[in-house]
Write a protein that binds this ligand. Structure first.
Ligand code: GLV
Ligand code: MN
Ligand code: MN
Length: 412
């Protein structure tokens, strides 16, 4: 296909967006629905308007920028990702997928090419989960995976505010029905965020699915005490019990190396005061494995280890899962479309599974969906030094463009 795609313009847009919320190490800090996220959204709207796109915003702040098809009644083809970042995020996690989609629509606009089905560029609200919990709220709400109330009441990590309040404050509480649930397909391009493609010398990854994931809050209750005068055997130290549980969980996941992934994302201690034995500790624990049944077995093993530690250390432990999904499978026909496009462009490829969560997982629950990965240097992501080459950005763009436009022109 001969669309006048401009990889240089895509790159310039990525760099321009990265100036919004730039951090000293070359990264980005643009939490969901912050003033900076809002600024990035307005920039996207401005670029979209230049490309003749029309904007709709739903009550969750999800943005849909639409290019009409020859048959406006046909279900649209969606392409998108997210503009929010982690506090120590890089320039590409999220924006690459949004701006690659924008470049496709801009090229269609400039070529005067009308696809059969409409194409809608989507920026999902609050993918990262670092300001409001859990991750991927906008996509989950739009796809009906969580209720509107759950989405709007999603708490900030410090529990000081709700997602719905931030939407109103920043002016992104829309009223439109984006009609995304009935869409024909969803495409998301993203950086791999891992080391495989670069290490093995592949230009793109065709993402066939994603790891099963479960994040839970583990709460350990002991008893506050004096750091100096409480004899060691009398203590009910929640922090030390939690620390031992974290190390036990790590050991359990390491036994399933290399697929098992374990993270304590947050560790909160109460009262957290000098001179006091901690009476309460809470950990956001994140377990991942490609197989859902293995993930469940790993948690069962961890629960048993936590119970043993709690008994021995005379504390109580409770665990509440708040973010989970089974192994995700993307659409084989759309994956094949990406492979064929890659071959056409002489771009090397391999199939790959995603360890990271993505908005595409929620879309995949409702429609044919697929992802395309481009490599990133050293597999580094969620770090300011996250980086890609211009060539990788271009190859991903060309393959994505073919697959999106073909899907929008496919016979129904
Ligand atoms: C979300 O993006 C995650 O994988 O943690
Ligand atoms: Mn991302
Ligand atoms: Mn991320």
């Amino acid at each position: 296909m001969n669309l006048p795609l401009s990889p240089d313009r895509l790159w310039d847009n990525l760099m321009a967006l990265a100036r919004i919320g730039a951090t000293p190490g070359g990264g980005n800090n643009r939490p969901a629905l912050s003033a900076l996220d809002s600024q990035a959204r307005h920039q996207l709207v401005a670029w979209g308007r230049e490309a003749g796109l029309t904007l709709k915003v739903d009550r969750f702040g999800n943005m849909a920028l639409r290019r009409e098809g020859r048959d406006p009644t046909r279900p649209p083809v969606l392409v998108g990702s997210h503009l929010d970042t982690q506090p120590t995020g890089g320039k590409f996690d999220g924006p690459y997928g949004v701006l690659a989609g924008l470049e496709i629509l801009r090229a269609l606009h400039e070529a005067g090419t009308v696809t059969e089905a409409p194409i809608v560029l989507v920026n999902w609200t609050s993918e990262e989960g670092c300001r409001f919990s859990p991750s991927m709220i906008g996509a989950a709400a739009a796809m009906g995976v969580i209720t509107p109330e759950q989405a709007l009441n999603a708490p900030a990590l410090d529990d000081a505010e709700r997602l719905g309040d931030a939407l109103t404050q920043q002016g992104w509480a829309g009223t439109d029905d984006l009609g995304l649930l009935g869409a024909a397909a969803y495409f998301e391009a993203h950086i791999e965020q891992g080391p495989i493609l670069e290490a093995e010398g592949f230009d793109i990854g065709v993402v066939t699915g994603g790891f099963a994931t479960e994040r839970a809050l583990v709460t350990v209750i002991g008893k506050d005490g004096h750091a100096g005068s409480t004899p060691m055997p009398m203590r009910q130290d929640a922090l030390l019990a939690a620390a031992e549980m974290a190390v036990a969980a790590e050991r359990i996941l390491l036994a399933r190396a290399p697929e098992g992934r374990f993270t304590v994302c947050r560790f909160l201690v109460t009262p957290g005061a000098d001179g006091v034995v901690s009476g309460e500790a809470r950990m956001a624990m994140d377990f991942r494995h490609p197989e859902t049944a293995v993930l469940e077995a790993l948690w069962a093993e961890a629960d048993a280890a936590f119970a043993e530690i709690a008994l021995r250390r005379r504390v109580q432990v409770a665990r509440e899962a708040y973010w989970r999904f089974p192994r995700v499978a993307f659409n084989p026909a759309l994956a094949e479309r990406l492979r064929v496009a890659a071959r056409r462009h002489g771009v090397s490829q391999r199939d790959i599974l995603s360890g990271a969560g993505h908005d595409a997982y929620h879309a995949a629950a409702r429609m044919p969906a697929v992802m395309l990965f481009i490599p990133c240097h050293g597999g580094v992501s969620h770090h300011p030094s996250e980086s890609i080459s211009r060539e990788w950005a271009e190859q991903g763009l060309r393959v994505l463009a073919d697959a999106v436009v073909e899907t929008a022109n496919a016979k129904v």
